[in-house]
Design a binder for this molecule. Sequence first.
Ligand code: UGA
Length: 433
Amino acid sequence: MKLTIIGSGYVGLTTGACFAEVGHQVLCVDNDEAKVKSLQAGEIPIFEPGLESLVRKNVAARRLQFTTSTEEGVDHGEVLFIAVPTPPQADGSVDLSFIEKVAREIAQYLSSYRVIVDKSTVPVKTGERVASTIRRHAKPGAEFDVVSNPEFLREGCAVADLMRPDRIVIGGNSDRALALMQKIYEPFVAPVLVTDINSAELIKHAANSFLALKISYINALAEICEVSGADVLKVAEGIGADKRIGRGFLNAGLGYGGSCFPKDVSAFIAIAEQLGLPFDLLKEVQKINIRQVDRFLDAIREALWVLKDKKIAVWGLSFKPNTDDVRSSVAVNLVERLVAEGALVSAYDPQAMPKAAELPMASKIRFASSALDAAADAEVLIIATEWPEFASADLASLRSTMRTPLIFDGRNLLDPVAVRDFGFQYRGIGRGI
Ligand code: UGA
């Protein structure tokens, strides 16, 4: 089928590449000319395992093409996916101006039947707004349907998540549009859930908020474990073995970050409030998440007394492993706060240093050439992101390069017993053992 994706960010680009991989003719539209040029050459602006080779292969096969022209995009695809950013506003609600602008642009070029699909994460009832906007700006009698098709991919395993999703959610009110959507997803082996548009939109915010809730729940338990002498890893294993609970997203740590959970939890609270329904449960989820970094910093201050002029090594800057994304990264937030207290931070990340170098805090820290280099002469090592290479660090060399053997493991990556055997003092999250 001929498909158009408007917006070639994380979701748009990965979706476009995977649709092309299963045989669709995909045209991706983006208004950033430089980005479109490099994508045409098969170069991608993000680190995402497997994505670059997929893009190159499908560009070479001419199943995946890029343009800056929305007009060309509307002309090309019988189905047009909107995958533009929906950033947060100061009050936590979602800025829908990019979606609105794309809806107007589509309307302007609409000449025959098109399905317009909201792929971006949007508040419930956005589909209705998109439809009325297009109707207002299109020629009288223009034929189209609006569909909601939220995306559930995780950064770091985006290609696998798209090719083999747990489920595909399609929300629509027209049989013609739903039939086309089902045809697009035929090559993907996954259960398809068909709903109305509002339910599909709600599913996305509800799913992300529930996952955030699981993380805050285990982080609240972690605090209880620390005080009561229990091990949160064992508690997570014990409760997660119950199929009704599940072990996923029960890893205690510094809390959730990234471009989705913090934004989506705030958005869902704002959406509920606009509907006249305060969502206090989610407000508590946010509070617990913020408290994780506060508690961690308190413990570091407790150990070092004064942070000013202390050499502190930080392993990990990305918001999670296998990505170079530093947006709303808890690791970056932690570094910023250490720097604000006058600490001398040496940081290392296997992928995220180029993106971190563009942040305001970059001039105030040292970017190390390796994990061990970051730890040289440090009084404390903080593990902020659980990259696999940190788990297999040479503990003997680490011990001899650090000034004082103190590890604060914000992601429970290391084995406390093994680390203590090497003479380190170790503190994880929720490990009261
Ligand atoms: C999340 C969802 O998992 C995807 O399903 C969704 O499509 C995506 O948001 C989105 O809305 O676009 P992502 O933000 O890429 O995906 O990453 P996650 O793997 O969900 O991790 C989010 C944060 O939670 C990370 O900071 C991670 O360190 C943290 N986390 C995750 C924990 O602290 N504990 C856990 O047990 C799991």
